[in-house]
Design a protein around this ligand. Structure first.
Ligand code: ZN
Length: 508
């Protein structure tokens, strides 16, 4: 192609991508609305609206027009004539194109509608602890995902191709390797923690904490983190999340437990960490498929970084504990900083993933990972899940739920057919610890800044190294660029050992 032809095609391709970004923004806004109090009676109709918009988007993603752009712009001789952002956009779009072209249009539409309905069925099945009600929907969702994987094709494991949607380039073989490395250490450390005579005092946690006070603290900390309230908002939901419409509108939600300040405090920091990633993506990427976090795992590394490496760090509280006492003088006046620090870092087996501590969290993920691998490879049946779930809880954590509402039905992910998503949470921990190790090297005084109340060096480092790149690099490439290492659980193991031996006064 001539230089002029390339530039004309590139311009048309950019306009096409921008239109797709607009549809995505509308869908994100609808998703936010559905999860923040949309009337129940409108859900069925809304599912159809989502179906229509998604189908349009799907058509744009897989159109002959798109094929022409991708064919023209992926020719090697055009490479020198288009910039890196456009080259990467071509690469990402081609991957999606090849994947979605293989799914018949009607099948996709049927799937999107099933997702919306299954999510609302799950919302009723969970509080009723009624797995049987949800089972037929889950069976359909699993079947769809198996068919997708077969249409897309895979080399070693059928589940690889589903994992690739959330964590590109991180297959079962790699996850098995890092998870087994991690599991062995966590199980040993958990035993030591449980056997320690120095159990943290947590009696101050379960008290009445006014929602107003919690709101004030949540907003205060989000601001200190650098969350831009003129480019976002904070709402209340049953299941907190962060969602980006564009870098100028990244919304977070939280929930308040009037008898436990931790839910909103750490939940808000967690979602704030996700939001910082999206708010700080380079403006150059707006309107392209790169204007998003590069993978769910890297996203989770950012939320966990803030929630745990900052929010549960002694230096952070050496500065901000007074602020918390100011808000809750009755409850915390007689709790000294060390007691508070050890109390918020208590660890032990529990039933609910989102309430799990840093030490046991990955074990909850491993259970879901093993189950998904089994379902997608047809080695497990949906009907057997409650039983399998409970057996795995016993095996990994030594506790068993008393009903399915706090067991197999607890998470929203499967109701939207998101198989392959869960491992990202634990991978996020592993990435986060690798980033932390590098950050400590680059900014040896970062905990001193934290103790002085200044969180900006950390945020700037994360923006510079991670946030601004959006989806320019796949997760393992990004990790390599930032840390010079491949995925490795070693830094997380070291961090957990050091931390919990300190909190539980275990001498090694
Ligand atoms: Zn998260």
């Amino acid at each position: 192609m001539s230089e002029t032809d390339v530039q004309t095609t590139a311009k048309a391709f950019r306009a096409h991508l921008e239109k797709m970004a607009h549809y995505n923004e509308a869908l994100a806004l609808i998703a936010w609305d559905l999860r923040t109090g949309a009337p129940k009676k409108g859900v069925e109709q809304r599912a159809k609206v989502i179906g229509t918009l998604s189908s349009e988007l799907f058509a744009m993603q897989t159109s002959d027009e798109m094929e022409r752009y991708l064919d023209a712009l992926s020719q090697t001789d055009t490479h020198g004539q288009i910039d890196a952002v456009l080259r990467r956009s071509v690469e990402k779009s081609k991957k999606e194109f090849d994947k979605y072209r293989k799914i018949p249009k009607d099948m996709y539409r049927e799937y999107v509608e099933l997702q919306s309905i299954a999510e609302s069925v799950w919302e009723e099945a969970k509080p009723a602890a009624d797995f049987k009600k949800f089972q037929p929907y889950l069976e359909k969702l699993v079947r769809f995902n198996i068919e997708f994987a077969e249409l897309w094709g895979y080399e070693d494991n059928r589940y690889d191709v589903l994992l690739d949607q959330y964590e590109p380039g991180v297959p079962v073989a790699k996850i098995d390797e890092v998870f087994s490395q991690l599991r062995a250490h966590i199980v040993d450390l958990l035993k030591e923690v449980q056997a320690s005579p120095h159990q943290p005092d947590t009696s101050f946690i379960k008290q009445a904490f006014s929602v107003e006070g919690q709101k004030a603290i949540g907003r205060f900390i989000l601001e200190k983190m650098g969350y831009d309230f003129t480019a976002g908002r904070l709402d209340v939901t049953l299941h907190p999340f962060a969602i980006s419409l564009n870098p100028g509108d990244v919304r977070v939600t939280t929930k308040y437990d009037a008898n436990d300040f931790r839910t909103s405090l750490f939940g808000t920091m967690h979602e704030g960490g996700h939001a910082l990633y999206e708010q700080n993506i380079s403006k150059d990427l707006i309107g392209t498929p790169l204007c998003t976090g590069t993978s769910m795992g890297i996203h989770e590394s950012q939320s966990l970084f803030w929630e745990n490496f900052i929010g549960r760090h002694p230096s952070f509280w050496s500065c901000y504990y007074d602020k918390l006492i100011e808000q809750f003088p009755e409850q915390l006046r007689n709790v000294d900083l060390d007691t508070f620090y050890r109390g918020i870092n208590v660890a032990g087996p529990s039933l609910i993933r989102i309430e799990a501590d840093e030490l046991t969290y990955a074990l909850h993920i491993m259970i879901r990972y093993e189950i998904e691998k089994g379902l997608i490879n047809e080695q497990m049946k949906v009907a057997d899940l409650p039983e399998i779930w409970n057996a795995k809880m016993q095996e990994y954590l030594g506790v068993v739920p008393s009903h399915d509402g706090e067991g197999v039905l607890q998470d929203v992910h499967w109701s939207s057919g998101s198989f392959g998503y869960f491992p990202s949470y634990a991978l996020g921990y592993i990435y986060a610890a690798q980033f932390r190790n590098k950050l400590q090297h680059d900014l040896p005084d970062y905990s001193k800044s934290m103790a002085a109340g200044d969180l900006s060096p950390v945020r700037i480092w994360l923006t510079e190294n991670i946030h601004r790149h959006g989806a320019m690099y796949d997760p393992r490439d990004l990790l390599q660029r930032v840390t010079g290492e491949d995925l490795d659980a070693r830094h997380l193991v070291e961090y957990l050992e050091q931390k919990y031996k300190d909190v539980y006064k275990i001498s090694s």
